[in-house]
Write a protein that binds this ligand. Sequence first.
Ligand code: C2E
Ligand code: CA
Ligand code: CA
Ligand code: CA
Length: 287
Amino acid sequence: AKQRGKANYVRYHGGMEQPIFAHAQLGGELRRALDAEEFRLVYQPIIELATGRVIGVESLVRWQHPTRGLVSPAEFIPAAEGTGLIVPLGRFVLREACRQAAAWLAEFGPDVLQKIAPNVSVRQLHDPDFVDDVRRILAEAGLPSDRIVLELTESAVLRGPQVLQTLHRLHDMGIRLALDDFGTGESSLSLLRAFPASIVKLDKSFVDGIELDEEGTPEANARQAVARAVIQMAGALGLDTVAEGIENQVQADRLIGLGYTLGQGYHLARPMPAEDFTRLLAAQRER
Ligand code: C2E
Ligand code: CA
Ligand code: CA
Ligand code: CA
């Protein structure tokens, strides 16, 4: 859903047979929404598969539209990228995620919450002020740089030396980088070596159906082969892995069997408002 061309379609909200926004309106609507502070973050736990313990959290943006209700990022991120509005929107996301993470760390400590992982669009990396913005946002939040993981999609890192230089500057500040949706793009060993990543996130498409391999469809076997190749490659390069989109326990067990230790997915925990995640951390502290 990230290809630029798709932003030109009239979009439909959920299953409703009603156009949500024509592309031409969307830019202006987003600008207004940013000024009106209609964007929110929700938080999806990153879980230690063997124990169920929360070790980190990913932030995901939502648009609380006054009449349309909650709008998914798939509906507006492409347009925000196309219009450049992703830069101020992304700044809001980083500020909010860092502020919230600093509050959780102050309350619970780094043993309960190790890291927060906001998503960053490649368009933000092209902004010459990005590194300085991140540095300032961390300082203002009082969040140590080793508590943040920036999630980037693979295609983002293929866009030339300037982006790579930005990534190295972030890395040198102690910020970790995660390669999101891993396996879907042009993943290769050479890419992983050039990119200063600490984490790869196995894309959901390789987790879907992974539990069915013994029934032996070629597709399921191929998915399992990719899941195995990714963890072997990551291990060889000293990278951590997170498996995305785990929807049942059989998938979780299969991934554990392949050597995955961390995961995310509706089966483990859905994205939730900050207050709910605070309660989850409090419950975990009692354990
Ligand atoms: P992503 O970074 O790959 O995030 C994972 C998406 O999968 C999220 O969708 C999450 O809600 C969903 N998900 C998690 N577990 C499961 C599961 O078990 N089953 C299924 N079917 N889905 C699951 P969401 O929140 O709609 O976000 C979609 C995409 O929008 C994200 O994909 C990311 O690329 C982008 N996005 C979200 N927030 C931001 C943001 O703050 N900035 C930027 N630049 N992009 C964002
Ligand atoms: Ca992500
Ligand atoms: Ca992903
Ligand atoms: Ca994705």
